[in-house]
Each structure stands twice: as structure tokens, then as C-alpha cells.
Design a protein. Sequence first.
Length: 174
Amino acid sequence: MPSWQVSIKMKKRLTAILFAVALTMTVTAQNFNPQQPQKFSPEKFQADLEQFITKEACLTPREAAKFFPIYKEMQAKQRAVYERQRQLGWGKPADEKGCEKAIRQRDEYDLELKRIQQTYHNKFLSVISASKLYDVLKAEDRFHRQMLRGWNNPAAGAQMMRGWNHQRNRNGNK
């Protein structure tokens, strides 16, 4: 497959991840009080994400200290691309040429995100094992899915997060 083409599956995955990140950046499911809704705190969200990843991937304090600065660097680069995607907008261009240009630009942003991800996966592999990186990637996806599940009912989302961890610990599953 030529490097400029992106598979449907990869586009769907990227779209799902973008959607998950966007939603989780606007709402946090933990410590929800319906009488007094909490404002979103990027710092708390990042701390919760790091704690979840550290626990789920069984990162040692030393591994986490090496991993998370690189991870935050990757997130900053991804956010810059997400912002450019957002600025591209979702409004349909008026003519065929404009539509084609918008499609090609979206594809280029998707490819740029994949290149960033690939570059940083290589950097991660220099500080943690492939097995732990695999667990980190799964934990990150799981965290975002659990946050999304709590979108309609944040209290339930927080409860699911606690229940998921309790069930996993009880069953000894990863």
C-alpha cells in the first residue's frame, strides 16, 4: 500500500481515538457530584491518565519517570495536529475541487498523526520494554473508553472505572 493511503480501519481507529480524546478533555468522570458539577481540570485528567497507565502497565517509578515526559511531548505534538484538523472544520466545501482538497488535507493530518505515533513508539521502546509499551497502549485506550462511557452519566463512569480495576485485580487479568 502506498504511504499516502490510509486504510479504512486505520481511519476509523484514528477517528475513534480523536473522538475519545476530545470528549475526555471536556468531561471527567471522577469525583462527580450532580449537585455541584466539577469543572474539567486538564491537570487532574493527566494525573488520572498517568496513574491509570502506570498501574495497568505495571510501570516502575523509574520507568514512569522516563516514559511520561516523552509521552507528554507526543501528546503536545498530537494536540497541534488535532487543532489544525479542527480549524479545517466540518463544513462541506462549495465545489468538487474544494471537497477534494479538504479530503486530501484530512488524509495528510491522519498520516501526520500516525507518523508522530510511530516516532514516539520508537522513543518509548528505548525506555520501556515492548511488552510494557503494549500494555501502556491498551491502558490508554481503556482509560479513554471508560471516560467516554461515563459521558452520559459521569457518576456511573467513575463507578465503572473503580469496578473495572477491582474486577481486574480480583481476577488477576490484564
